[in-house]
Design a protein. Sequence first.
Length: 373
Amino acid sequence: MQKIYLDNAATTPLREEVIVEMTNVIRNFYGNPSSTHSFGRSAKNLVEQSRKSIAKMLHAESSEIIFTASATEATNLILHSVVKDLGIKRIITSKTEHHATLHTVAHLQKDFGVEVLYVPILKEGNLDVEYLTMLLQDEKPTLVSLIHVNNETGEVLDIERVGKLCQEYNALFHCDTVQSIGKTEFDLAKLPVDFIVASAHKFHGPKGVGFAYIRKNTTIRPMIFGGEQEKGLRAGTEAVHQIAGMAKALELAYQELETERNYITNLKGYCIVKLKEIFPEIKIIGNKTFYNLVNVVLPLNEQKASMLLFMIDMKGIAVSRGSACQSGSVKPSHVLAQFLSEEDQKKPNLRISFSHYNTLADIDSFITVLKEV
């Protein structure tokens, strides 16, 4: 049976060049980066070269890049520290964030008494920036935490607009850029953002490694204690092969960005056309959505919704109904619940996400399976 992968928002396959790079590092750079002998120095040099490479591609300084095991860890590090160490009394976020943000914020509210306010989501799935502006006018020590590209709908936040608002009202700005790093350009020297986070496995790198960008002169303290790795912010021996693999994946992502973005944009457009041919009443979710992701509500009954993903999977095709972190849950999507009607929430929805490895033939096969089910 042919296998077709259309769930690239959950994770992406490794590029062959990344596998080669990581294999070389595992074989030849096995020293502990904290050791002072030549084996350790070679490993440490590779870690620092990876840091410089990532920083250069994002127009950041290498000292602003902190390696972590995931974007979830990076978000926890940032949000905990701004509350405990920087005197943040209020967090403004939205109810359509990834649970890495929502659950961390809820913990900080419960255990540290931080005030949490949620910006409403408009009917098309985009953020109510005017409401955010109103909230920011109360100038208590505030962090704004918002996702750049929503992992379920693909809705794109205007980072520059939100960042300038935060600067105007002296608020810190943390942006979850997991779905967009490696897929669009970033100039962090100019972009008005204080913190961003990334996971390598979202841009054809390895799982188990990510990074935080922490703007220079921002005092963050560790959440994990131990050694002095990562400027003392993230104790634990660095996973050298993971870090090198992430740097290689990001380098290739930006090297091929324009070509792959155009290619994937065409795939998404073709998929939408084909979906509309078999489901004229289909609902395409979102207003301004990212080029590699489409989320749709199918005009099918509630009984079809419970079995649809299973039936598609049995045909060898991988799609999802939202975040992979929630794929085992029977609860409706917390994201779609913010702006879809109750009737539409009962209908089956699919998140289809593409990479440069997909083809038009993949989409044709997917459409054929949908016709059958």
